[in-house]
Design a binder for this molecule. Sequence first.
Ligand SMILES: Cc1cc2nc3c(=O)[nH]c(=O)nc-3n(C[C@H](O)[C@H](O)[C@H](O)COP(=O)(O)O)c2cc1C
Length: 174
Amino acid sequence: MDFEKLAAERYSERLFDSRPVEQEKIDKILAVGRLAPTACNYQPQRIYVMQSEEALKKVRNIRVSHFNAPLMMLICYDAAAAWRNPRDEMYDSYCSGEQDATIVAATMMYEAQELGVHTVWLRGFNSSEVKKAFSLPENIIPVMMFAMGYPANNSAPNPWHFMRKPLDETVTVL
Ligand SMILES: Cc1cc2nc3c(=O)[nH]c(=O)nc-3n(C[C@H](O)[C@H](O)[C@H](O)COP(=O)(O)O)c2cc1C
């Protein structure tokens, strides 16, 4: 699909059908995410795919809006594997991990949309709770989660979807 159309059609899905996402589509989404750029190509993203009842049950116990999606993904980065920039004086060795994980996630989000799989980007969780629930090692930092699946028949974008600021509020031409 034309990218402009794809971007315009995507909205945060919060009403999922119970139909599972086919493994072939999950594999494609992960494979396209793998093509995303990362700082120095270090690829510190670490992705946890939650499809089993056990994993979904765990995530549903965390205070995150799972919206009863049949598939969830947790996108993290490995702080021991991410690029660091010692030259940036604003930070104590700036770590690119969050950016790396985010661009991978965004790439996956649009591939999912291309395949008809809807998503909602979730960050309203407590990282400590997530780390504990999935026994994540110290260096694995949760960045975001996706609830994913097919839209229910009566699904529609939330009113927020239509509220975009004018470009002159967010863009400065220098
Ligand atoms: C960093 C980030 C965090 C978000 N966290 C949540 C969340 O925790 N729960 C939720 O329902 N939506 C969450 N969203 C979705 C936004 O609310 C949504 O993208 C925004 O309102 C615009 O609507 P649209 O995606 O339908 O265009 C998040 C989006 C981003 C990019």
